[in-house]
Design a protein around this ligand. Structure first.
Ligand code: C2E
Ligand code: MG
Ligand code: MG
Ligand code: MG
Length: 294
């Protein structure tokens, strides 16, 4: 198109745009191929009870075991998967795989019967019309107790089409599962707004946890979120806890659960299973967070 347009014409599709589109199409194909070839893996990060540090659940975090580039984190491909719509089948796979895995732990690992599994849902998946039927199918096929499943959605999703969102959340909860608001505090939901949504858990974004032991403003904000959770009878999860000062402060504030490198990094299913088999419901040991993710 750019070729036939004369110098004086308005070029709406130039070579660089063509290159971008080509690159995106290639990347999409590569992602589809990776899904077909089983190159994605689910890692699990422990979520612990505060203050005891007892493991109560895990969050499923997708990784791409790339044949040449090694283990890739979601930051390198989730955006593209969202953009191209591939997040719908990929997200389905993560949910199915993690529910299957956790159902197996429920029946095979003594003491793990109550383990919760949290799975991230992208906005694109949430708006997909088949979501509720799809989730119901996964729950049925995996045989997992739906009461052990948490779906994490982001705060920004709540701001979109409120009525449709509320009814989808109701239908999901009617399946028996729980809803968490992820990265809470980074959006703009007000108190009165938040109480309209049928949710169970607030996950306080790492951005507030980072400075909690050093910055009085961060500490005040984190305290406000914990109190908001209590007022709305929601559980609170602090994400990104990296040191003992943050841990003790959050315990003192009455935050329900915590997640972070202090307790454990995300790890593959074999490592998590070993942890479950040896933990006896005791706190996760210190050496866990110094081990790099592999
Ligand atoms: P998220 O859901 O907020 O997950 C928590 C992220 O924080 C994870 O990054 C985790 O590894 C990291 N994290 C946990 N504790 C600490 C800590 O103490 N310090 C630091 N520096 N980081 C910590 P990860 O695995 O790279 O995932 C990034 C994001 O990608 C997730 O944020 C989530 O939004 C998205 N994501 C991951 N898996 C999926 C998935 O299956 N589907 C969708 N839609 N999104 C996913
Ligand atoms: Mg999450
Ligand atoms: Mg989060
Ligand atoms: Mg986060």
């Amino acid at each position: 198109a750019a070729k036939t347009a004369g110098r004086d014409r308005y070029v709406i599709f130039d070579e660089s745009m063509y290159a971008d589109a080509l690159q995106e199409a290639e990347a999409r194909l590569r992602l589809e191929q990776a899904l077909a070839d089983d190159e994605f893996v689910v890692h699990y990060q422990p979520i612990v009870d505060l203050p005891s540090g007892r493991l109560i659940g895990v969050e499923a975090l997708v990784r791409w075991q790339h044949p040449e580039r090694g283990l890739l984190g979601p930051d390198t491909f989730i955006g593209l998967a969202e953009q191209t719509g591939l997040i719908v089948p990929l997200g389905h796979w993560v949910l199915a795989e993690s529910c299957r895995q956790v159902a197996a732990w429920h029946s095979d690992v003594p003491g793990a019967e109550q383990l919760r599994i949290s799975v991230n849902l992208s906005a694109r998946q949430f708006q997909h019309m088949d979501l509720v039927a799809d989730v119901a199918g996964v729950l049925r096929d995996s045989g997992i107790d739906p009461g052990r499943v948490v779906l994490e959605i982001t705060e920004s999703l709540l701001m979109r089409d409120t009525d449709a969102t509320i009814s989808t959340l109701r239908e999901l909860r009617d399946l028996g599962l729980h809803i968490a608001i992820d990265d809470f505090g980074t959006g703009y939901s007000s108190l009165s707004y938040l109480r309209r949504f049928p949710i169970d858990i607030l996950k306080i974004d790492k951005a507030f946890i980072d400075g909690i032991a050093t910055d009085p403003d961060d500490a005040t904000l984190a305290e406000a979120v914990v109190q908001l959770g209590r007022a709305l009878r929601l559980q609170t999860v602090a994400e990104g806890i990296e040191n003992v000062d943050q841990h003790s402060l959050l315990s003192a504030l009455g935050c329900t659960y915590g997640q972070g490198y202090l307790f454990a990094r995300p790890a593959g299913s074999a490592q998590i299973e070993a942890l479950l088999r040896h933990s006896d419901n005791t706190p996760v040991s210190e050496d866990w967070w110094s081990t790099p993710e592999q």
